[in-house]
Design a protein around this ligand. Structure first.
Ligand SMILES: *Cc1c(COP(=O)(O)O)cnc(C)c1O
Length: 388
């Protein structure tokens, strides 16, 4: 289906709500039945009916249809956070005694899901670099049930060969899950490469306005039903109808927003790459990126995340740079309209980023919807201030 059709019309039954152009927020916890037969039918398939909003809700259902279509999967669940989507998708596929293979620099709370939560329930894990399929293959044990990918990750953007991972996993009966937040459904559709479950922090590009925390899980009808029946319903991972309506509104401009962010990020990547005070940039679709060829094969664009290493011989210089920045807000998260910055100096302990002299000079930018020149002049002045 065409992107425009998905974002503008799919799932919207306007004649059912007074021909309103924008879908209503069905802010109701429960739904009425007028016969035993219809009530029984709904209970037999709660995900396909409206019984209770912890399960399904008409406003949320519109969003589910759009997201599933965007990710080329049969179905989708919307959760109250991206972390909920990550946790439910992994937990639904493991039992005590099982083993998970995970890329070594996943989102920080994904790391903790494995190391602090699932480890308490007898689920073991192995972290792999992920850039070499042979390393993943060697990590597979007889009890491996899940290979968890994040491609690219959201700091230094290492990527995995999705087709190779999917075919390896399928041949061993292992479920593949990917966190696709970075590329967004606009620029990468892992299901096309054979990945089983695609999760997003919808807080990022899908909502895109820095006013909702949410997640999505996309996959086959069967896998989505399985997650719904247990984790989604028992842990109560639901999203509110109001937040779902905000996300439907956010999606209207998904293509405009993410492509603008992407376009500006390319300009800023070039500017930083050519600046004498920048040692290295990390941007998957820049020719200087280690895995540029693979990135080009899998991704149609990059979005607005861009990391770089300052050429600085002291932490004080990095601090000078950071303090001189005015247009990038210093904050976590990304994917909204506003440009953001996180210096690695603020971290105490990041998986894969030890406090070494090589790494404290790393800064991650998120390029929002502001004009390129407006952002570049801010960066230029801050870089120059390092030498003052
Ligand atoms: C933000 C983020 C998450 C977690 O999502 P929340 O919506 O904050 O719960 C997961 N993965 C990645 C890559 C993220 O950036």
């Amino acid at each position: 289906m065409e992107l425009s059709e998905i974002l503008t019309h799919l799932g919207e039954q306007r004649h059912e709500y007074f021909n309103a152009v924008a879908p209503p927020v069905i802010q109701s916890s429960n739904f009425v039945f007028d016969s035993i037969a219809s009530f029984r039918e709904a209970i037999a398939n709660e995900l396909g009916h409206h019984i209770y909003t912890r399960g399904n809700n008409p406003t949320v259902q519109i969003l589910r249809q759009k997201i599933a279509a965007l990710e080329h999967t049969e179905d989708c669940l919307v959760t109250g956070s991206g972390a909920a989507a990550v946790s439910a998708s992994v937990m639904a596929n493991v039992c005590a005694g099982d083993h998970v293979i995970c890329v070594q620099k996943p989102y920080s709370w994904t790391f903790k899901l494995l190391t602090k939560l699932l480890s308490r329930f007898g689920v073991t894990h192995t972290f792999v670099d992920g850039r070499d399929i042979k390393e993943i293959e060697q990590a597979i044990n007889s009890n491996t049930r899940v290979i968890y990918l994040e491609s690219p990750n959201s700091l230094t953007f290492e990527i995995q060969d999705l087709a190779a991972c999917a075919s390896l996993a399928r041949s061993r009966g292992i479920v593949t899950i990917i966190d696709n937040s970075h590329a967004s459904p606009l620029y990468q559709n892992p299901a096309d490469f054979g990945i089983d479950l695609v999760v997003h922090s919808a807080t990022k590009y899908i909502n895109g306005h820095s006013d909702v925390v949410a997640g999505v899980i996309c996959g086959s009808k069967e896998m989505i039903q399985k997650i719904f029946n247990t984790e989604y319903m028992t842990l109560g991972l639901t999203i509110s109808p109001h937040d779902a309506a905000l996300m439907i509104r956010g999606l209207r401009t998904l293509e405009l927003r993410v492509s603008k962010s992407n376009e500006t990020a390319f300009k800023i990547a070039d500017f930083l790459f050519n600046h004498p005070f920048v040692e290295k940039i990390y941007f998957p679709l820049h020719p200087s990126f280690d895995q540029y060829e693979l990135a080009k094969k899998q991704m149609r664009g990059c979005g607005g995340l861009l990391t770089f290493k300052l050429r600085a011989d002291s932490k004080e210089k990095v601090e000078k740079f950071v303090q001189a920045i005015k247009k990038f807000l210093m904050a976590v998260s990304w994917g909204g309209y506003e440009s953001l910055m996180i210096p690695s100096l603020v971290f105490h302990d990041v998986p894969g980023i030890p406090d070494s002299p090589v790494h404290w000079s790393i800064v991650r930018l998120y390029i929002g919807l502001e004009d390129a020149e407006y952002l570049i002049s801010d960066l230029r002045e801050a870089l120059e201030s390092m030498e003052r």
